[in-house]
Design a protein. Structure first.
Lengths: 758, 241
């Protein structure tokens, strides 16, 4: 007990010790002071709120969660609730930064005295409208054109299509899906009568054999590939067969790799069918009740088909394809004998002269063996762009097409659309417009005076691109893009800045017929506007404001889904409210309480299939899917002593298409795709060493690249990516196209390679 | 000497009791993991319980039974052992037991909130990262702890805080269902094994993301996950395991 202190302010020893103890305690807590994470772990990137959306890049259409901080996109992560189960690839992760890149187009520009100069929106749009009107009045509606993209939202492509076909009265409406998925579309329509795959991503979880052909899935659709790998991880007996001229990263995980020569797919698939017939792997019920056979315009029988296939024994096909007959037999055996076989393919199949034939032969293999319509058994094409399916193929924004699988050349289809669009009969021109290559040829000739290019970069992506650049220079070219400069804005007379990704709202449709919504979360930079707003403005200025009465993304969607109800693509039940709530829905989906359709043509599952049998191929008048008798054709750009190598083009994991977006993403910038893969055997003969600058020369042009010696390519073959604008491989590629789909054959041309001499 | 012999003889039952106790402890120990050998946890637990029991028994015997029969010096030395040395051993061993024991998969599985995750990890056909690391023996033991290293004896303050928070939520039944990982996962847990391997270094994406990965701004599991089943894929937690 201490006596009371003499002076009240004096500390007692006890008080001093207490004070010291308390101070020591506080000092221990000091490192925690001001920490936000006293109670819970915090994310490294602070975020105010999260919103669901979809990735900007490929056709996989991965669900993303977008984190906003101070009205900017701060973080992007995979959406656990979406089909990708929270996964994203490196490109998807980069969407965090894409809106804020330095390359954004910020204000409208007009070319004056050879230079693009900043102007007001009004001045730019007045000029655009004036030039379009002049061309239409002087040279007719077919002197103007629209070249769109599988990256625009559905509302935008739909509106552009309607404005040009039902407003201006020209079918000169095409777009980059012509370079990408046209052969898949013609493959489906000639086989099933309707476009778009019958299966869905969920089939991957049930397949026991994957037949991957013309696809470097690991690099180009990495999230699909992870799902394939998951299936194999869960069921190690699952087989993966890969058909690809290159020994890609995908090939390293395949059980069987068939490195066929580019452009010999028809031989391979016919030979596999030969094995099916030889070993009686044929589903007889399917052949008798659900299939018809055709060759060109003529109907054929199953016996005719067998006689046709007899010309493709594996021994002969193996020589054409450059593989062994044993490999063909093994592939065919694995394909046919598994419980459920799923085929996946993309550009390797589509971008060749026999693209349509290859596509329908893959479908034929499934139909003949009965690997169709069961969980895990289906042919399934992978799309390159986020909205080639929903935006361009489904809306019919192509020169030969009208919405929901209708055709320009069909008078009944034109009348249906005229009625649905409430325009006078005869407004839609009966003449199919220019498809991509002919469109740019027409610009070369001066037949097309004005062209509106939206959200794509034909100055880089066209095959034999040099030949078409003069046309772009010659025509009055209006380029609407979120980025400037690009290889196309270089030739533009007017550049209009567009909103990108979540700076605007819209719906897209991914590879599996899933329609999903991109919300508008932030404002576009500078004076950029949404593509829909630009199209609506143009419609007003061209005097078609009444036709384009739906002016908001929701109104356009409502108009479009109601129109779809008059077709087998019926998705009237996919309302905006459902899109806002759900992680997308698979069409057909006719009513608001319909859950969407996983597998088409199956009575009981597909609301459009009203038959009672196993299948109802309602796209065909006789309800039967068509198997085509297709012959292997000789290559159009033969290799000779002068051009002894075959050039193949493709993509890498880290970049997307022309790198307009990924090239400016900070995480991806350092990865350069400017190389030429060449086999050491060829390199030795040409005295080329690793890293040497080489000239790749074709009959059309040449490109300089750095040699990369690798056995990923076979001897006799070289490979370059299509990404780089600095070294344009499309100066060498061949502008020949598939006769049905008009899709160019980027995957094969003859070249000579030589070391660049100083 | 006679005294010593007497002491030894008298302490013999005590030693027998000790050894029997230790053996009993081991027999009733948590069933061992994939390998049924005696684990370090069992050893520490045995030592701890034995030391505690021995301390109490020694004190009782020394104070009430043998006090008059032993010399004063011996009495003091035995008290020292009973009051300080054995309790110290017990404290050290039990702490180590808890710290080592909670690293075991069985310890995580003892809480029903964790059942869906442990069930998935042990599911031979699950494609999750955890299940693949487990069944392929990429991590030999303590498979939960290997990737959640924050809570051990050398763990971080954040780990201890998380443990406390989880415990508080658990006992007050206020945790969210389904449970979700909060904050950014530390990639160093992945990189400590994978970075530097040829397979890892060859991937261009890894090189491009080096900065983002080291600061946890991008998670390895975004591309390679999910590490555990997503809420709708989880099995129902069972009440007993």
């Amino acid at each position: 007990m201490c006596p009371p202190p003499d002076e009240p302010n004096e500390l007692t020893r006890r008080e001093l010790i207490k004070l010291m103890g308390a101070s020591a305690g506080l000092v221990c807590l000091a490192p925690l002071a001001g920490c936000g994470d006293l109670w819970e772990r915090q994310a490294v990137i602070p975020v105010d709120n999260w919103h669901k959306g979809v990735c900007r890049f490929c056709g996989t259409g991965c669900g993303v969660m977008i984190g906003l901080k101070d009205n900017r996109v701060a973080d992007v992560k995979g959406d656990d609730e979406a089909h990708n189960r929270g996964r994203l690839c490196i490109k998807g992760l980069a969407t965090r930064d894409i809106l804020y890149s330095n390359g954004r187009a910020l204000y409208p520009m007009i070319r004056k005295n050879g230079e693009l100069q900043r102007v007001s929106w009004d001045e730019a749009m007045t000029l655009v409208a004036q030039r379009f009107k002049e061309a239409i009045q002087t040279h007719g509606p077919d002197s103007v054109a629209y070249y769109g993209s599988g990256q625009l939202y559905t509302q935008e492509s739909y509106t552009a299509n309607k404005l040009f076909k039902a407003g201006i009265g020209t079918n000169n409406v095409d777009g980059n899906p012509r370079l990408c998925m046209a052969s898949a579309a013609t493959g489906y329509t000639t086989t099933f009568g309707k476009d778009e795959p019958a299966g869905c991503y969920e089939d991957i979880d049930h397949a026991e054999c994957f037949f991957i052909t013309g696809s470097n899935t690991l690099e180009c659709h990495p999230i699909i590939w992870e799902r394939v790998r998951d299936r194999k991880r869960s069921h190690p007996a699952t087989k993966i067969i890969l058909v690809d001229p290159r020994r890609t990263f995908t090939a390293k995980h395949a059980d069987l790799h068939l490195p066929i020569y580019p452009g010999t797919d028809v031989s391979l698939y016919n030979a596999m069918i030969h094995v099916f017939l030889e070993h009686d792997f044929i589903d007889r019920d399917m052949v008798e009740n659900y299939l018809s056979f055709k060759e060109g315009e003529n109907n054929r029988t199953f016996e005719d088909f067998k006689r046709h296939i007899a010309k493709y024994p594996p021994e002969t096909a193996a020589k054409t394809c450059g593989i062994t007959p044993r490999d063909i037999r093994e592939a065919a055996f694995l394909f046919a004998s598994s419980k459920a076989t799923l085929s996946l393919w993309t550009m390797g199949l589509n971008q060749q002269v026999q693209g349509t034939a290859s596509n329908r032969l893959v479908s034929a293999m499934h139909l003949l063996t009965g690997h169709f319509g069961r969980p895990g058994a289906t042919p399934f094409s992978l799309t390159g762009q986020p909205n080639a399916c929903g935006g361009v193929r489904d809306t019919g924004s192509l020169s030969h097409a009208l919405p929901n699988g209708r055709l320009v050349a069909n008078p009944k289809h034109r009348e249906e659309m005229e009625d649905l669009w409430k325009v006078p009969r005869g407004r839609i021109s009966p003449k199919p417009g220019y498809h991509t290559l002919t469109l740019f040829e027409a610009m070369n000739r001066g037949d097309v005076k004005c062209c509106l290019v939206m959200c794509t970069n034909p100055g880089q992506t066209l095959p034999n691109v040099t030949a078409y650049r003069q046309g772009m220079e010659k025509a009055f070219l209006v380029v609407v893009d979120a980025f400037h400069p690009t290889e196309t804005t270089r030739f533009a007379d007017v550049v209009l800045p567009a909103a990108l990704w979540v700076e605007k709202e819209g719906v897209t449709g991914n590879s599996e017929r899933r329609y999903h919504l991109y919300p508008k979360l932030v404002d576009p930079p500078g004076e950029a506007k949404s593509d829909l707003a630009i199209l609506v403005d143009l419609a007003d200025r061209l005097g078609h404001g009444d036709l384009i009465s739906a002016r908001t993304p929701k109104d356009v969607w409502d108009e479009w889904r109601k129109i779809s109800a008059h077709s087998a693509y019926n998705f009237e039940g996919i309302t905006y409210e459902r899109l806002q709530k759900e992680r997308g829905l698979l069409w057909p989906c006719p009513t608001e309480n319909h859950p969407g359709t996983k597998r088409r043509y199956l009575p009981g599952q597909d609301p459009m299939a009203t038959g009672t049998g196993r299948f109802d191929f309602y796209g065909k008048p006789d309800g039967r899917a068509t198997v085509w008798l297709d012959r292997q054709e000789e290559p159009l750009d033969p290799y000779t002593d002068e051009f002894p190598l075959i050039l193949n083009t493709g993509r890498i994991l880290e970049h997307w298409h022309t790198m307009t977006i990924t090239g400016s993403a900070p995480t991806l910038q350092a990865i350069h795709p400017d190389y030429l893969e060449i086999h050491p055997y060829d390199a030795h003969q040409l005295a080329i060493k690793e890293g040497d600058p080489v000239i790749v020369k074709s009959r059309r042009g040449e490109v300089e690249l750095r040699a990369r010696l690798t056995d990923v390519v076979r001897p006799g073959m070289v490979f370059a990516t299509m990404h780089s604008a600095r070294h344009l491989v499309n100066q060498a590629t061949h502008d020949v196209c598939d006769p049905f789909s008009k899709q160019p054959a980027f995957k094969r041309c003859a070249v000579a390679v030589q070391r660049k001499t100083a | 000497m006679p005294n010593h012999q007497g002491l030894r003889r008298r302490l013999l039952p005590f030693l027998v009791a000790l050894l029997t106790g230790a053996r009993l402890m081991n027999a009733t120990a948590w069933a061992a993991g994939p390998h049924d050998a005696v684990s370090i946890v069992d050893v520490f637990r045995g030592i701890g319980i034995t030391a505690a029991a021995a301390g109490i028994l020694l004190l009782i015997l020394v104070q009430y039974v043998y006090r008059k029969n032993i010399r004063h010096g011996a009495y003091h030395r035995l008290l020292l052992v009973g009051v300080f040395l054995l309790p110290l051993t017990a404290t050290w061993s039990t702490t180590t037991t808890v710290m080592e024991g909670t690293k075991l998969v069985q310890a995580c599985a003892s809480c029903h909130v964790m059942h869906p995750f442990v069930n998935d990890m042990k599911n031979p056909s699950s494609p999750t990262l955890a299940a693949r690391h487990y069944r392929n023996n990429w991590i030999a033991k303590d498979q939960c702890y290997a990737c959640h290293v924050t809570y051990g004896v050398t763990g971080t303050l954040a780990g201890k805080r998380d443990g406390f928070r989880h415990w508080l939520h658990y006992v007050t039944n206020t945790y969210p269902d389904p449970i979700q990982y909060v904050g950014s996962y530390a990639n160093s847990n992945c990189l400590s094994c994978h970075q530097g391997t040829g397979k890892w270094e060859r991937v261009k994406s890894h090189q491009a993301l080096l900065g983002e990965l080291s600061t946890d701004r991008i998670a390895c599991i975004t591309c390679h996950g999910p590490p555990h089943p997503l809420p709708k894929e989880r099995t129902v937690a069972t009440t007993s395991k």
